[in-house]
Design a protein around this ligand. Structure first.
Ligand SMILES: [Cu+2]
Length: 458
């Protein structure tokens, strides 16, 4: 069977043909998806996937409003496609197989090219063979800089993720049937930038922008900082313009798969003093995920010297005119086997959106979950009917939570809404980016066993 036989129809065809409008930049180095090995613990782990043979996927730096050319070459025998999580870019650059492009076979290059409209902390990962390639390492951070320097002395990126390894540091199967039908299959080795509790030096008394990204396939991290005067300055890429309480050991911050938090941190004044990013894992004592260590004489800077980050150009929905749409996340009433295409199937359907499981790669006959009109405001009611938590991610658009049946949600712009057990959250958005936008759970086992779909903006 040919990949094109899986085409969804005219929209996908137009997306594929639209590629000819994007030039392959001669000067852009290729991002080469390839096998890698790395010492995740005390000895080498083989069979990893990265963009170099011996290191984690690099941080990709861009600048708000400036074009980025990221040709991706696939050297794996499996298919792939690269998605840029949180970036509001053209649909045909979004990296979702069959919805926006064909899967990339071995030896193929896809000339991703886009101009990020928003500054902030984003990330990238494959959207085809998602479980295999992400679980084996292919998740990286993107930093899109503000047009104006925001006044920090330094930055630190922390990419949090787990791996599932045996005693010899080799990969265990990335998922289990039991896990996929419940909260997901958890890794047993927690890492920051593929390292165990790494220590990073920063100038004593300086102001650090700490960007924390959860790129795990399953785990909802519960985080707080110790030893720092700090505040939250951005959430899921976008500046926070209201006072948000700092998390603590008693009241940690829930950061689901796909979510990001930026802290402004004042480093301690004394040489060797540390700031620690702490995580609470079930049934374990608090754990240090990463440390920032103060070095040199103190510059004695103060958080109050920082100006607020400039707002990103996100349209605010008009709630008086917003049309509602309902989405129910839960079990699939059908079950059955998913169709097994080029982008990998876990072999089961457990989950659904609006009672329909995403049937596999191309999802022929599964129409959009909703069709939104360009420029109009909408309220999407997200109902979690299951006992498990779901980080629900919408591609290509940014939304704001407006209420929940369980808690007070600060109105922070986001692309990924973590739904608690039995929670109903209303989110609001302006449908201002045309295309077919994937809408799915970011617990990859849920996504790949049915909890996926797409929303069309025309
Ligand atoms: Cu889920």
């Amino acid at each position: 069977m040919k990949r094109r036989d899986f085409l969804l129809g005219s929209t996908a065809a137009a997306g594929a043909l639209g590629l000819s409008g994007f030039s392959l930049a001669a000067n852009a180095p290729e991002l080469v998806i390839q096998p890698a090995r790395f010492a995740l613990r005390d000895q080498m782990t083989d069979g990893m996937v990265s963009l170099s043979p011996d290191a984690p996927p690099p941080i990709l730096y861009g600048k708000q409003g400036e074009v980025m050319r990221l040709p991706v070459r696939n050297t794996l025998p499996d298919y792939t496609a690269m998605h840029w999580h949180g970036l509001r870019i053209a649909n045909q650059m979004d990296g979702v197989p069959y919805l926006t492009q064909m899967p990339m076979g071995e030896g193929e290059v896809f000339p991703y090219e886009f101009t990020p409209p928003d500054a902030g902390t984003y990330w990238y990962h494959p959207h085809c063979m998602t479980m295999d390639q992400m679980a084996h390492g292919l998740t990286g951070v993107m930093v899109i800089a503000e047009a104006e320097h925001p006044g920090f002395d330094s930055e630190q990126v922390i990419n949090l993720r787990d791996f599932r390894l045996d005693e010899d540091n080799q990969f265990l199967p990335a998922y289990t049937q039991r896990g996929a039908a419940r909260a997901g299959t958890f890794g047993n080795v927690q890492t920051a930038n593929w390292l165990q509790a790494p220590v990073y030096d920063h100038a004593a008394g300086g102001l650090v922008r700490l960007r924390v990204v959860n790129t795990d396939t399953t785990r909802i991290y519960k985080l707080h900082l110790e030893g720092a005067e700090a505040r939250i300055i951005a959430w899921d890429g976008h500046p926070v313009d209201i006072e948000v309480p700092m998390p603590s050991a008693q009241d940690p911050l829930l950061v689901g798969p796909g979510q990001r938090v930026d802290f402004a941190v004042t480093m301690p004044g004394g040489e060797g003093q540390t700031v620690t990013l702490m995580a609470k894992l079930p049934g374990q004592p608090l754990r240090a995920m990463a440390e920032l260590r103060a070095i040199g004489p103190s510059s004695a800077r103060d958080l109050r010297e920082l100006r607020p980050l400039p707002a990103n150009p996100v349209a605010r929905p008009d709630l008086n005119k917003a049309e509602p749409h309902e989405f129910v996340f839960g079990w699939t009433p059908e079950g059955g086997e998913p169709n097994n295409g080029f982008c990998g199937s876990l072999g089961y359907n457990f989950w659904s959106i609006n009672r329909t499981p995403w049937p596999g790669d191309a999802a022929e006959g599964t129409g959009p979950l909703a069709t939104l009109e360009m420029g109009k405001s909408y309220v999407l009611r997200l109902r979690n009917e299951s006992p498990n938590l779901h980080p629900i991610h919408l591609h290509g658009l940014v939304f704001v939570p407006i209420n929940s049946n369980l808690r007070r949600l600060p109105p922070l712009l986001t692309d990924t809404m973590l739904l608690l057990r039995g929670e109903v959250v209303e989110i609001a958005l302006v449908a201002d980016n045309p295309g077919d936008w994937a809408f799915h759970c970011h617990v990859i086992e849920h996504q790949k066993t049915g909890l996926a779909g797409f929303i069309r903006v025309v």
